[in-house]
Design a protein. Structure first.
Length: 89
């Protein structure tokens, strides 16, 4: 399990990049790379194994490009990675 704060950070990054993405970004910014955006979103999730990383990378890329279609799937996938919150006080 991954720390809840790291999962929240990844979710916030995906949200931000989905908000900023538009189909013509490649024309306006020739150096734009979806892969770089996905790398940025994955940084807080460094603890994931190879298979987990690969499937999540694909999903995050899809969510950046089409958040309406993939937002729920990303939210579920990320929250399932989170360690349960501690109930100690």
């Amino acid at each position: 399990m991954i720390d809840r704060d790291h999962v929240d950070a990844a979710l916030q990054r995906v949200s931000l990049l989905a908000f900023l993405y538009y189909p013509e970004v490649h024309v306006d910014e020739p150096d734009y790379s979806l892969s770089d955006d996905v790398d940025f979103c994955m940084e807080p999730l460094a603890e994931l194994t190879g298979d987990e990383r690969n499937s999540l990378r694909d999903l995050l890329g899809r969510a950046i490009i089409d958040p309406s279609e993939y937002r729920e799937e990303v939210f579920i996938a990320l929250t399932e990675l989170a360690a349960p919150a501690s109930t100690e006080q």
